[in-house]
Design a protein around this ligand. Structure first.
Ligand code: PLP
Length: 404
């Protein structure tokens, strides 16, 4: 008789977005005349930029011609894309990342979920609290997290690093030494960032303690301030302790197109074993590459025209962030994020729980956001709004909240 992977049964169930959906549906059915504005889920709303669409059309046409047809893509991704990434995302910022240290994929969710496979099940992970849930849940599936305590919302074998107003939403070095450290900056859900000096401390800590950092830079394009690093490889010594994950979802609107990449420097070794070699083996065995058409679309992200159009798109969302941030502040809310990230993180008023505030906002302003407690115990008492809506809806939502 076969057996299932029982670790899956330990997962407490992802109630966050399904509960939000259910509550919104029920409210809509009971109040069909109300117009609900959704500033909850982190999906983009603006169409793909013209330079990218043009590149995709061209690639589609190439696929219909014998001479330019392409079958399976190279395991690690096409050179044209990996060269563009290496030049524009790294060398242009003074980071020495070679094209062959870049693994093209279909997005950062898969990579952030799959990367734990190359590590022993005995490793102890450390995560920020609140956190993007994929890091924890995929380690639960692998059997690395111990037992779940429904009262605290915590796993016995996970090191939680609280990120609250008190520490500026930037985690302190943990008291217990972890093996694998997940960091994400600019952060989802808090919208906070880390300075280069502070990230350097993490890199030094990882090198000294023999830990590896998995650095999720999915929101890098939203960085506006000078002292915020765009890549962990801006820090000295990161090549021996850090893996970096990137996505085209939020900088180029590829949430539906799907493209991302992982960087593993060749110097990153566990004893004599190269993590680059392990991931190359994993990638080659289990993955057959992002589509040629999509990789050409990714290449266009780095063209002069593409860069210009995407700068405007990011500015559009960041204008929404400003509208939310300033609107809430003027209404007396305690707000953070929204300066280098498309997420605004607010303290719920009058000691409401995150879910109480969710209901309050839905019923009184017909605005949907995300309860902070859904991202981890330290998110309780906080609430996330995203800047990914249309400007019109964002402005309308904030006017409604201000009028409460
Ligand atoms: N990493 C973080 C922190 C995210 O918030 C998200 C999406 O919301 C992802 C990764 C997923 O990115 P992708 O669309 O490339 O899978």
């Amino acid at each position: 008789m076969y057996k299932i992977n029982e670790n899956y049964l330990k997962l407490p169930g992802s109630y966050l977005f399904s509960t939000i959906g259910k509550k919104v549906r029920e409210y809509s059915e009971a109040n069909p005349d109300r117009e609900i504005i959704r500033l909850g889920i982190g999906d983009v709303t603006q169409p793909i930029a013209p330079a990218i669409i043009q590149a995709m059309h061209k690639a589609v046409d190439e696929m219909g011609v014998q001479e330019s047809f392409r079958g399976y893509a190279p395991d690690l991704g096409y050179e044209f894309l990996r060269n563009a990434i290496s030049e524009c995302d790294y060398k242009a910022r003074g980071c020495e990342i070679a094209a062959d240290e870049i693994f093209v994929s279909d997005g950062a969710k898969c990579d952030s979920g799959n990367i734990q496979e190359i590590f022993s099940v005995d490793n102890k992970i450390a995560v920020c609290d609140p956190v993007y849930p994929v890091y924890v849940d995929t380690n639960v599936m692998a059997g690395r997290t111990g037992t779940y305590n429904p009262d605290t919302g915590m796993w016995s074998d996970v090191i939680y690093m609280p990120c609250t107003m008190e520490n500026g939403f930037s985690p302190d070095l943990p008291a217990e030494t972890p093996d694998i450290i997940y960091l994400c900056f600019p952060n989802n859900p808090t919208g906070s960032t880390i300075t280069k000096d502070r990230l350097q401390e993490w890199v030094d800590y990882a090198n000294q303690s023999g830990a590896v950092i998995i650095y999720d830079a999915a929101y890098e394009a939203y960085i506006a301030e000078d002292d915020v690093p765009h890549s962990i490889y801006e820090c000295e010594g990161a090549r021996t302790c850090a893996i970096e994950l990137k996505s085209f979802s939020k900088n180029a609107g590829f949430t539906g197109v799907r493209l991302g990449y992982t960087v593993i420097p060749k110097e990153l070794k566990c004893g004599d074993v190269s993590l680059h070699a392990l991931w190359a083996r994993r990638h080659g065995t289990k993955y057959n590459g992002a589509p040629y058409i999509v990789q050409r679309a990714g290449e266009a992200v780095y063209s002069a025209e593409g860069k210009k159009q995407l700068k405007a798109q990011v500015a559009y969302y960041m204008n929404n962030a400003k509208v939310i941030y300033e609107g809430l502040k003027s209404a007396g809310y305690t707000v953070s994020g929204g300066v280098n990230a498309p997420y605004i993180w607010l303290k719920t008023p009058e000691k409401m729980t995150s879910w109480e505030f969710f209901d309050f906002l839905l019923e009184r302003a017909n605005v949907v956001g995300t309860p902070g407690s859904g991202f981890g115990p330290s998110g309780e008492g906080y609430f996330r709004l995203t800047a990914f809506g249309t400007y019109e809806n964002t402005a309308k939502a904030i006017e409604r909240i201000k009028a409460l």
